[in-house]
Design a protein around this ligand. Structure first.
Ligand SMILES: [Zn+2]
Length: 115
């Protein structure tokens, strides 16, 4: 079984602490750090799936292409449209469970609609 060589990992501790708020770091640098950490966690999750389910990276790439087309554009990104309130039809703010206009709670059809 091959794992990626990531130094600094031990026990249940994250490999590095979250960046402290720091006025010298730009938003772009903070986002880059968060993206790199997300990539690390995604890769770790992928190794579990690969090892447990026997799925190849070619199969993963094929699935990514399929899902990429869900939003109508094969552009390497998935842009899920803005959800609308099931009662009044106004655009829902993904940060709030209830419609800001009428208070109706529209259930999400996918966890990926919630962020
Ligand atoms: Zn509403």
């Amino acid at each position: 079984m091959v794992y990626f060589n990531v130094t600094g990992m031990s026990g249940n501790q994250p490999p590095q602490s979250a960046p402290e708020p720091n006025s010298t770091r730009s938003d772009l640098e903070v986002l880059q750090d968060r993206f790199d950490r997300l990539k690390l966690v995604t890769m770790a999750l992928w190794t579990f799936v690969r090892d447990e389910k026997g799925i190849t990276e070619d199969q993963l790439m094929e699935r990514v292409k399929e899902i990429d087309a869900f939003d109508g554009s094969k552009d390497g990104k998935l842009k899920i449209g803005i959800r609308k309130c099931g009662k009044c039809g106004k655009a829902l703010n993904p940060k709030f469970e209830k419609c800001l206009y009428c208070g109706f709670v529209t259930p999400a059809s996918s966890i990926f609609e919630t962020f």
